[in-house]
Design a protein around this ligand. Structure first.
Ligand code: HEM
Length: 231
C-alpha cells in the first residue's frame, strides 16, 4: 500500500510556474490592492486628477518597460511573451493628449506633469536591470500586463463610474486587439508553464515578481503622499 505513495512523492509534478507566481505574489497583490491610494480611487473619494496622475506615472513606467523589452524580442525564452497587442505606450500617449493637451510632452519635461520619486526609481530599475536580466523583465511583464488585463479592467469601470472620465481618456485600460482577456490570460499562463526555465531562473522570476509589486505599491504610496501634501 505504501509503495505508490513513495513513488508519487518521488515523481510529484512540480507546481506550474503560473501557479507559483500567483501564490508567491498573493500577499503582495493584496497589499497593492489595499494601498490607500488604490482603495480611495476605487472607493470614489478621489477625483479625475488622481486618475490622471496615475496615468502620468504609468506612461513613464511603460516607456521604460517597453524600451527594455524591445531589446529582447529575439530571446528564446522572453521573446514569445512580447506581443504588440499588449503594448501600452501609444495608448498612454493618447490619454496624455486627451487630459493634458497637445503640449503634454513639454509639460512632462518641465515638471508641470508631476512624476513622483517612486516612479522614477521604478523606471530606473527597469532600464538598469532590464539590460541584464530576462528573469527580471519577465517578472515585470507578468505583473504589469496580467494585472492590466485583470484588475485594470475593474479599475477602468470604477473610475468611469465615480469620476465620469470619457473613454477617450482611458485608452490605457482598453486592449482593442484582445477581444477577450480570459483566453488571452489562459494562453499567457500556458506559455509560462511550457517555456523551459531552470529552477534557479524560476526562483529569480518569483522573487522579481514580488519585488515588482513592491515597486508598484511604492508608486501608490508616493501618489497618496503627493495628494496629501497638495491638499
Ligand atoms: C484595485 C486594484 C486591483 C484589483 C481590483 C485587482 C483585481 C484582480 C483580479 C480580480 C484578478 C484575478 C484575475 C484572474 O484570475 O483572471 C487579478 C489578477 C492579477 N492582478 Fe490585480 N487587482 C488590482 C490591483 C493590481 C495591481 C496594483 C497589480 C500590480 C501592479 C495587479 C496585478 C495582478 C496580476 C499580476 C494578476 C494575475 C494573477 C495571476 O493570475 O497570475 N493587480 N487582479
Amino acid at each position: 500500500m505504501s509503495a505508490p505513495a513513495v513513488e508519487s512523492v518521488l515523481t510529484e509534478t512540480p507546481a506550474a510556474l503560473s501557479q507559483e507566481l500567483k501564490s508567491h505574489t498573493a500577499a503582495a497583490h493584496m497589499a497593492a490592492e489595499d494601498s490607500t491610494f488604490v482603495a480611495d480611487l476605487m472607493g470614489g473619494t478621489l477625483d479625475a486628477a488622481a486618475l490622471v496622475s496615475l496615468l502620468d506615472q504609468s506612461l513613464v513606467i511603460y516607456r521604460a518597460l517597453e524600451t527594455a523589452l524591445a531589446a529582447h524580442t529575439g530571446h528564446p525564452q522572453l521573446g514569445p511573451f512580447i506581443d504588440s497587442k499588449l503594448a501600452r505606450v501609444a495608448a498612454l500617449e493618447a490619454d496624455m493628449a486627451h487630459h493634458h493637451g497637445a503640449d503634454w510632452e513639454a509639460q512632462l519635461a518641465d515638471g508641470r506633469i508631476v512624476i513622483v520619486p517612486a516612479t522614477l526609481a521604478y523606471a530606473e530599475a527597469l532600464a538598469a536591470m532590464g539590460r541584464e536580466s530576462i528573469e527580471f523583465l519577465l517578472a515585470h511583464h507578468y505583473v504589469r500586463y496580467m494585472g492590466d488585463l485583470s484588475g485594470g479592467l475593474i479599475i477602468a469601470r470604477m473610475v468611469q463610474r465615480h469620476y465620469g472620465i470619457a473613454d477617450e481618456g482611458l485608452n490605457f485600460y482598453a486592449f482593442p486587439e484582445i477581444e477577450k482577456p480570459k483566453p488571452y490570460k489562459d494562453g499567457y499562463r500556458e506559455l509560462l508553464d511550457t517555456t523551459k526555465f531552470s529552477r534557479a531562473q524560476k526562483d529569480a522570476i518569483l522573487d522579481f515578481a514580488a519585488e515588482s509589486f513592491e515597486l508598484n505599491r511604492a508608486v501608490f504610496v508616493d501618489l497618496d503622499a503627493a495628494r496629501k501634501a497638495a491638499a
